[in-house]
Design a binder for this molecule. Structure first.
Ligand code: UDP
Length: 417
């Protein structure tokens, strides 16, 4: 199949761990690469955020990234990108006129807006499959006034859900949310995010620890990831059961000078100092994906304590490395972490529960090992990109077959101009 991916803010070429660069970048890059490895031809369209990058950049055999000029060619926070979606749609439509894809897969609601607009301009519209990666209704529920999404998300996101020819949700929790937004359940499939199971393995180097035991968090340093809850849990653990545990926090700004001026970094370090555990909390900064397995292997346990989590790739990467996961029982984590088998699920926003779970697991090395082994088996069997790509390609084929009739086009982003 000739496949067009649309990922407006998350370029597969971007550095990971910054505020707007995370799982979606990994997902789009890896899914495209796995689809190409299965014989498909993939073009990934993203918004140009650097004037010096060439328009077309090869990513992997059979995968090309196209940087579409839509708004100023500079980094722009994703919550300010909506006004540039009409220009992105223009770029997509122009390219698709030259070379028509058989299927479009858009990622994140704004890409859906641009992709649906571009796809429906043609008399023979290209079918659009959409993956949300995150839902505004969930974000608003948890972040309230802190949510900086544009107001239009409230109606455009459900519109994308109802207008796309098919939706691929990444977990069952998201499928339920989509149903309540009025999306026809018959058009929703679930295909999870995947993991590079050849890269993330239990065998290989592990970084040195500073103390006998290490727990770890990995991800963007944004409040909703709950890193502060893990610091609090370490404080409780240190005060009660054990003082031989350190916390390594991975992610966030790359250089120490940027990190020092980051208010979230300061908040986390102040919290650790205030709890008297400043010497046990290490901020590792951003880690290159190539080094991530060795970093993960250095942990006894990876703790994922988000308030909410649309999917969560980090627990899968940890499990693939044979590291048990303690995760809050939210969103995609309730699909990926099997409670009592590959790790433990705890209530969200509950440092006491995290501390108790860490203490339990560290006190039982045999169980810790069994969880690690089970996690590795689960990820290799269920979450390899080869399998995820095959499931995704099946949805593409079904959607192409179902939408083979001609339809009349509609334009939505015209209203935004
Ligand atoms: N990541 C990374 N370096 C870092 C921090 C994160 O490579 O310093 C990667 C991490 O390994 C994972 C992704 O970024 O592949 C984060 O994905 P996840 O779904 O857990 O969180 P998101 O950022 O999408 O909310």
């Amino acid at each position: 199949m000739r496949i067009s991916m649309v990922s407006e803010h998350a370029s597969p070429l971007a550095v990971l761990g910054g505020v707007d660069a995370g799982g979606q970048n990994v997902h789009v890059a890896a899914l495209s690469t796995a689809l190409a490895a299965a014989g498909h031809l993939v073009t990934v369209y993203t918004r140009r955020d650097d004037p010096t990058t060439p328009e077309r950049v090869p990513l992997a055999p059979g995968v090309e990234v196209v940087n579409v000029t839509a708004g100023p060619p500079e980094p722009i926070p994703k919550d300010q990108l909506l006004p540039f979606m009409p220009a992105l749609a223009e770029g997509l439509a122009a390219d698709w006129q030259r070379s028509r894809p058989e299927i479009v897969h858009s990622h994140f609601w704004m890409s859906g807006v641009a992709a649906l607009d571009a796809a429906r301009r043609s008399l023979r519209p290209v079918p659009v499959v959409h993956t949300f990666h995150a839902l505004g209704v969930v974000k608003r529920r948890h972040q309230g006034a802190e949510d900086t999404s544009p107001a239009e998300r409230e109606f455009l996101e459900p519109w994308v859900g109802r207008s796309a020819d098919a939706i691929i949700a990444t977990c069952s929790d998201e499928a339920f949310e989509l149903k309540t937004l009025g999306v026809d359940p018959a058009r929703i499939s679930v295909a999870p995010c995947g993991v590079d199971v050849e890269h993330f393995t239990p065998d290989g180097e592990a970084e040195q620890r500073g103390r006998p035991h290490r727990i770890m968090t990995v991800g963007r340093l944004v409040p909703r990831k709950g890193v502060d809850l893990v610091i609090e849990a370490l404080g409780l653990l240190t005060a009660t059961t054990r003082d031989d545990v350190e916390l390594m926090i991975v992610g966030g700004s790359l250089t120490p000078s940027i990190a020092a001026s980051d208010p979230e970094v300061k908040r986390l370090l102040d919290l650790a100092e205030g709890l008297g555990i400043g010497d046990r909390v290490r901020l590792r900064g951003q880690v290159n994906p190539a080094e991530m397995p060795a970093v993960l292997r250095s942990a006894d346990i990876v703790v994922c304590a988000p308030w909410y989590e649309p999917f969560g790739i980090v627990p899968l990467e940890a499990m693939a490395c044979g590291v048990p996961v303690i995760a809050s029982a939210v969103g995609g984590l309730t699909d990926s972490v099997v409670n009592g088998v590959t790790g433990l699920l705890v209530p969200p926003r509950d440092p006491d529960a995290i501390a108790a779970a860490v203490a339990d697991l560290l006190a039982d090395p045999a169980r810790l090992r069994a969880f690690g082994d089970a996690g590795r088996v689960r990820v290799r069997g269920r979450y390899s990109w080869t399998r995820v790509a095959a499931e995704t390609a099946r949805v593409y084929r079904q959607t192409i077959a179902r939408t083979a009739r001609p339809r009349v086009g509609t334009s939505l982003t015209g209203a935004l101009r």
